[in-house]
Design a binder for this molecule. Sequence first.
Ligand SMILES: Cc1ncc(C[n+]2csc(CCOP(=O)(O)OP(=O)(O)O)c2C)c(N)n1
Ligand code: SF4
Ligand SMILES: [Mg+2]
Length: 363
Amino acid sequence: MAKEVVRQYLPLMDEEGRGAATDDGLGRDRHYLPDTPEEDPYQAGHRTCAGCGPAIEYRWVLKAAGQDTVVAGPTGCMYVANSTYLCTPYTVPWAHTPIASGGSFTAGMAAGYEALIRKGRHPGPYPNIITMSGDGSAADIGLGPISGALYRNHDALFICYDNECYANTGIQVSPTTPYAGMTTFTPFGKAIPEGTRLPPKNLARMMAEGHPHCYVATATVGYPVDLMNKTRKGLNHRGAAFMHCFTPCQKGWVYQTSMTVEIGRRVVEAGLFPVWEYDPEQRKYHYFHPPVQRPVTDYLAMQGRFGHMLPEHIANVQQQANRNWETIGMDVPAELREGEDPERHRRLREETYSMPLNRGVGA
Ligand SMILES: Cc1ncc(C[n+]2csc(CCOP(=O)(O)OP(=O)(O)O)c2C)c(N)n1
Ligand code: SF4
Ligand SMILES: [Mg+2]
């Protein structure tokens, strides 16, 4: 007789808790961390760059998932830099897949565990099954297999760690590279002064709209508790879940190494990466409303990849951010509306600074 497939339940962490006591004055509970699990299935000893956003994401996701987890990693930085010959930083089973196959490999793992447990050949419980693909893999080369796995509703969490480029092969443009983000395949010049001309593919929306029975969420490394809780919600969800996580790439984006988490917050506060959850039962989006709204320059000026931007390009990005604020149901303050005018940005050409002043609206 077929055995029952027992699922695990991972409790959520308190997102408020001690946060109130560590407010940084801007309403941001920056230093707040709940009592996170001590175990670290992604250990020290990997070989990613200092300040690597994807490595931070891997660590928090696996901390949230715990030891009873299996992971698949398609080709990309987080395969190459993490698996030098005979050595990985994982204390959980991990497998490399070809760059196109994260979705199909993980679907196979999920179906395999179900079958083995039912037949009594694996004692269970059903493990946490996670695949973490780069944006080149998830949004481009391996998009089809992930979409197929979501459609068939395999019980696993499919994550795209998004560093907005094909990093491992030398920072080439990917479908999630933002407008005006410079890459080695989109250098700026006289013909194309903005570098990257196209808007980024809205991967998470595609996944939510296209697979309405799946749990879908966006997250950034700027909000670790939120990231860990969404990992747990995705794993607790019975069926397929997809998470799109914004993960700065220190090497490709050219910024101060220690600023990875700060950039992960500023992108949200600048309105350029809305953080939300899609609830498949209600078929509704739940948007996070950041307590601070900043001009996009507070985000752009931190990164060398945007250093070539002209006033009209910055105005275009502010327009895009303002539309995002409207989409998530927030008012657009007058200062941010004024930022849609290129004239307002002309003066920035004259200014040189490595870190922007804090000009957050409401700060
Ligand atoms: C079919 C195929 N095409 C190209 C490559 C070369 N390749 C290896 S890693 C990589 C970059 C992957 O980018 P992404 O998925 O965004 O991960 P990242 O390196 O940014 O972490 C590429 C193109 C490959 N391994 N397989
Ligand atoms: S190139 Fe970017 S993504 Fe790759 S290891 Fe370095 S910081 Fe991380
Ligand atoms: Mg990438």
